[in-house]
Ligand binder design. Sequence first.
Ligand SMILES: [Cu+2]
Length: 165
Amino acid sequence: MKKTLIRAAMMAALFVATPVLAHEYKLGQLEIDHPYSRAMLPGAVVGAGYLKVVNHGDADRLLRVTTPRAQSSQLHEMQMSDDMMSMQEMGDGLEIPAHGVLELKPGAFHVMFMNVAQPFKEGERVKATLTFEKAGSVDVDFVVGPPAGDQPAHDHHGDHTDHAQ
Ligand SMILES: [Cu+2]
């Protein structure tokens, strides 16, 4: 299983036009892996952020993620019910279990950057600060990848009425 994942990651790295190396940060017992975002469409004012926190110590909480690029930001959980996607704000932050992992990723927990004046562009780095309940704060860069629309996972939303003529 692990081997397959590594191989898939290597393949992905080979075929992405502008490969972005994974980057990580350390804060006490916490390890923050590869904060990244997606390019926003021109005129868009909301961006998303993803990252992984590996906890080598006692339980902690991710309380907030702030950036000068956004007027405000929230921690969200994406949920699917009856084919409807909804997002819920996690006002108390996100728990990082002792010796566990918290993952923010598309379709699940994520950071929502609100009222972004300058849309994130592919290839740039967005400076942000993560604040944890116990470990304190750390500055990180969110690496901006291609827009979310490039993901094949979104293709099933298209319908086929065009072919019905
Ligand atoms: Cu959201």
